[in-house]
Design a binder for this molecule. Structure first.
Ligand code: SAM
Length: 276
């Protein structure tokens, strides 16, 4: 491999899964049967794809790197139930594909946007079994009052039940990544609490977790711009609802449903502001 193509491979997160035990683990966690239609992101050398194709009715694989065409040809020849889509996964309209499960060893540089693309797919999905960088996976499953608890934890757990299946060492891949990985299982669900406006909820998460160790009140004032409000308006908001919400609590201690309540109070406050 020349140095340019080596750089490309790194940019595309091309650490291929070699240890068959972890391939098996991913497959068994997905409880696949011959009615399932699976989406995989990233063909690599097709190691995971072939195992998926053996048990599922159909497998769609989205792969960006045409240099992997030789592996694609071999996989499709052996397993006609595999369709390869040569595209950037972030640009594909996922509602145009008819899948009910997702299994993938993800390119880590797109972990966050691709996960939200899955979770916000209009058609939903039953479950996803995905490989992430271990640190990222820990934040996905993080609970309030722990150091892993983050904006990602609340946003992912709003849409899905999330479980860490197992940690995966660098030796399971070739080339070996510098970091540990983990297999995570997501089961899509209807949210446990009601949020009136998801955009406000998202902005609020960003505003709060920029100051995760501060009190909610301080975090909101400092991140007023994320809420498209002035600091004065945020102070008014805190005053107006201080009986209904404890603004002195630290951000990292707030469970998701309380952030949902805060988001709804914020909507109520904004709706009463004079229109510009
Ligand atoms: N599934 C294979 C395996 O387990 O060995 C490959 C996994 S490797 C971590 C990630 C794969 O995703 C690579 O084949 C890479 O070329 C591909 N990839 C990277 N960015 C992508 C993107 N934006 N859209 C689609 N595929 C992408």
């Amino acid at each position: 491999m020349n140095s340019n193509s080596h750089k490309n491979s790194k940019k595309l997160g091309q650490c291929f899964l070699k240890d068959k035990n972890f391939v098996k683990k991913a497959i068994s966690s997905a409880n696949l049967n011959d009615e399932d239609i699976v989406l995989e992101i990233g063909l690599g050398e097709g190691v995971l794809t072939k195992e998926l194709a053996k048990v599922a009715k159909k497998v769609y694989v989205i792969e960006l790197d045409k240099r992997l065409e030789v592996f694609a040809k071999e996989v499709v020849k052996e397993y006609p139930n595999v369709t390869i889509i040569w595209e950037d996964a972030l640009k594909v309209d996922l509602d145009s594909l008819d899948f009910n499960k997702i299994v993938a060893n993800l390119p880590y540089q797109i972990s966050s946007p691709i996960t939200f693309k899955f979770l916000e797919r209009k058609k939903g999905f039953d479950l996803a079994v995905l490989m992430y960088q271990y640190e990222f996976a820990k934040r996905m499953v993080g609970k309030e009052d722990t150091k892993e608890y983050s904006r990602l934890s609340v946003a992912v757990q709003y849409h899905a039940d999330v479980k860490m299946v197992c940690k995966v060492p660098p030796t399971a891949f070739s080339p070996k990544p510098k970091v540990d990985s983990a297999i995570v299982k997501l089961i899509k669900k209807n949210p446990d609490y009601q949020v009136l406006d998801e955009k406000t909820f998202k902005n609020l998460l960003k505003a709060l977790f920029q100051h995760r160790n501060k009190t909610v009140g301080k975090a909101l004032v400092n991140s007023a711009h994320e809420l498209n409000l002035t600091r004065e308006h945020v102070k008014e908001f805190i005053e107006a609802y201080s009986e209904e919400f404890d603004f002195k609590e630290r951000v990292f201690k707030l469970p998701g449903f309380e952030i949902g309540e805060l988001s709804n109070l914020l909507n109520k406050f904004i709706s009463k502001l004079p229109k510009l």
